[in-house]
Design a protein around this ligand. Structure first.
Ligand code: IMP
Ligand code: MG
Length: 179
């Protein structure tokens, strides 16, 4: 079993790249069937979703839009520091089908915040596609329309997901090894 050190923790391989790609192909097929003929805009949430988005949208027919959004902390906030503003929405999403692309939905707090802000732009429909999901940690009741792989409540890195900024470029997904 391949174990590697990322930053200051050890990780072992959990989901190989070939399996990730197979799962994403399945997600793309379903999205293509469900959303055929619609005016769709895919919104990848940076940084984590960049690899998932790149792999997925290669398998979506060309007649769609793709953009990336980022959650930025409010400058000078005095409150909890958990309130984040969604930046990068330039396209007109009014009446369009928005598909949010996330690397992972853990508690769902981030996703809820994103959806709340997107609703202000009055899209026709918002759907959620996430590569990974930790059902044991999920606190919300937002429907996750397309879930790639459900994983246990362990910390993972790779394929866009980071540990302290490291490990995003790994082609496979690794799981932390408890010391
Ligand atoms: P939330 O708890 O659903 O709000 O998760 C928010 C964010 O935490 C995700 O978008 C990831 O950036 C990060 N995250 C959650 N679990 C993991 C993990 O296992 N590895 C790396 N990042 C994670
Ligand atoms: Mg993320």
């Amino acid at each position: 079993m391949e174990v590697r050190k990322i930053h200051d923790k050890k990780f072992k391989i959990f989901i190989p790249n070939a399996e990730i790609r197979t799962v994403i192909t399945g997600m793309a097929d379903k999205i293509n069937r469900d959303l055929e003929g619609r005016d769709v805009i895919f919104m990848g949430i940076l940084n984590g979703a960049f690899m998932f988005a790149a792999e997925l949208i290669k398998q979506i027919p060309p007649n769609c839009q793709i953009t990336f959004l980022k959650l930025a902390s409010y400058a000078g906030t005095s409150s909890t520091g958990t309130v984040k503003r969604l930046i990068g929405i330039n396209e007109d999403i009014h009446d369009k089908t928005v598909v949010i692309l996330e690397d992972i939905v853990d508690t769902g707090i981030t996703l809820e915040n994103i959806i709340k802000q997107l609703k202000g732009y009055e899209p026709g429909e918002i759907r959620v596609a996430t590569l990974l999901h930790k059902p044991e940690a999920y606190l919300k009741d937002i429907t996750l329309d397309y879930v790639g792989i459900e994983i246990p409540n362990d910390f993972v890195v790779g394929f866009g997901l980071d540990y302290e900024g490291f490990g995003r470029n790994l082609a496979d997904i690794y799981r932390v090894v408890e010391p």
